[in-house]
Design a protein around this ligand. Structure first.
Ligand SMILES: N[C@@H](CCC(=O)N[C@@H](CS)C(=O)NCC(=O)O)C(=O)O
Length: 215
């Protein structure tokens, strides 16, 4: 199989999650960088929705959705495992991966996107604030989830995709809007979790490559 190609851009949280997953697995992938505002026609051939990340696996196969790309990675390269072995804990972790992706990551990054590129015509004027208000609301929820297996990761000792989903938040919140991060006094586990994610070698490696927009 030729080397897979990951279409995305460096500031895309879901592309970042997929890139970190490849690094965690020790699997090489080429990043095909696009400009978010000028998506090449080839991207729409691979994914008619036009979203990234997309994993191109050859002439005839392209996978869309970051979670699906992670599932493919897990099936193809089972070691090291990034889901718990036990089916119950695995299902539980999947539930939290989805919460982080759909609630915390989506609210924060959609808000940042609207801040950078402007509101859509039918957005209410306080759309960014509305989205960003959801971010701190998720810390007490995640604090409780982190208590279940007693950390340091959501599923306990094992680092899983549920943690990986929060990687873009761990990197960007302190840089862009630190006030939206967890308060170490009221959500100490969530604060320590994001800090541990920031120090994770896969996350550091991506960050060191420079997270600029392509020219
Ligand atoms: N659920 C998707 C979300 C992908 C997504 O929202 N990608 C953004 C960049 S981070 C995008 O391409 N947005 C453009 C659009 O929605 O048209 C995933 O996990 O892959």
């Amino acid at each position: 199989m030729s080397r897979p190609r990951l279409w995305g851009f460096r500031l895309s949280p879901y592309t970042g999650k997929a890139r970190a997953a490849f690094l965690e697995k020790g699997v090489e992938v080429d990043l095909v960088e696009i400009h978010p505002a000028r998506r090449p026609p080839r991207l729409r051939e691979l994914n008619p929705v036009g979203r990234v990340p997309v994993l191109e696996l050859g002439d005839d196969l392209a996978l869309r959705e970051s979670s699906v790309i992670c599932e493919w990675l897990e099936d193809r390269y089972p070691d090291p495992p990034l889901w718990p072995d036990d089916p119950d804990t695995r299902a539980w972790a999947r539930g939290w991966a989805r919460y982080v992706d759909d609630v915390t990551v989506a609210s924060f990054f959609l808000g940042m996107n609207k801040l950078a590129f402007g509101l859509a015509q039918d957005d209410p004027p306080d759309m960014v604030e509305k989205l960003h208000r959801r971010v701190p609301k998720s810390w007490p929820v995640l604090e409780q989830a982190l208590l279940v297996h007693d950390g340091p990761w959501l599923a306990g000792e094992q680092f899983t995709y549920a943690d990986l989903s929060a990687m873009p938040l761990a990197v960007r919140i302190p840089e862009w809007v630190p006030a939206l991060g967890p308060d170490p006094d009221t959500a100490p586990r969530a604060a320590a979790w994001l800090e541990a994610l920031r120090r994770r070698p896969s996350v550091v490696a991506i960050d060191q490559r420079g997270e600029r927009l392509p020219e």
